[in-house]
Ligand binder design. Structure first.
Ligand code: CA
Length: 225
């Protein structure tokens, strides 16, 4: 009797240890997965990019032409980035369309993709022209329309107006917009602008010091590679 009690105790201990080992393995796998999702490079194939092609650090903005914070970011933070890092060749900058404001976001994104496709050298100026056209007040009112895009494009001799009209009306550049939508969904973008630096998301995109710190860290890490 005593012997079988002993056996039982040994078996219970073995089972408990085995269970513990399994739990440890599962939880360590979990934390590995989490650290991978925290830093994931964005596939920027076919996306507009500014700056040196082989710059050591990549900054991506996930933005929406209809979003007031994106306009504010473009006017306050972005120019500092250009001056401090883009012109010296430390970063390249890309923009991915986000469609959080429905039909208007989609029209703006399709127009921008059309310009990028047919007149890539005019892309960033057209991009800025859309944000400049965003009203300072009542930005929830409808303003981002096909007509507005065609009006803005008239300032650009490089843009084929008929092509732009057709791209929007027949949604010919929608496939490029769909690629962007898939990208921001994959990267769990829930607010605009979302700024990623070499795959890591900046918690507060308006904290330029935090952005600088992360870029400097990445530059340092690349130097030591
Ligand atoms: Ca795109």
């Amino acid at each position: 009797m005593k012997n079988s009690n002993m056996k039982f105790a040994v078996i219970v201990t073995i089972v408990a240890v085995a269970l513990l080992a399994i739990i440890v393995v599962i939880s360590s796998n979990k934390s590995q997965e989490q650290s991978v999702t925290e830093k994931t490079e964005v596939d920027l194939t076919g996306q507009p990019a500014l700056g040196e092609k082989d710059a050591p650090v990549t900054v991506v903005e996930f933005g929406d032409f209809k979003c007031p914070s994106c306009k504010a970011w473009g006017e306050t933070i972005y120019p500092q980035l250009v001056e401090d890092y883009l012109i010296p060749g430390d970063i390249k900058f890309s923009y991915v369309n986000v469609l959080f404001h429905g039909e208007e976001s989609t029209v703006g994104a399709m127009a921008a993709e059309s310009v990028f496709k047919q007149a890539p050298d005019s892309y960033w100026d057209f991009h800025k022209a859309i944000y400049d056209a965003q009203p300072e007040v009542n930005h929830d009112d409808v303003w981002l329309s096909k007509e507005k895009m065609l009006e803005l494009a008239q300032e650009f001799p490089s843009i084929n107006q008929d092509q732009l009209k057709q791209d929007i009306e027949e949604e010919l550049t929608k496939p490029q917009v769909d690629i962007d939508e898939k990208l921001y969904t994959e990267h769990n973008v829930t607010q605009t602008p979302t700024i990623k630096i070499n795959g890591s998301t900046i918690e507060d995109p308006f904290n330029y010091e935090a952005i600088k710190e992360m870029i400097d860290q990445e530059l340092e890490a690349k130097k030591n590679e």
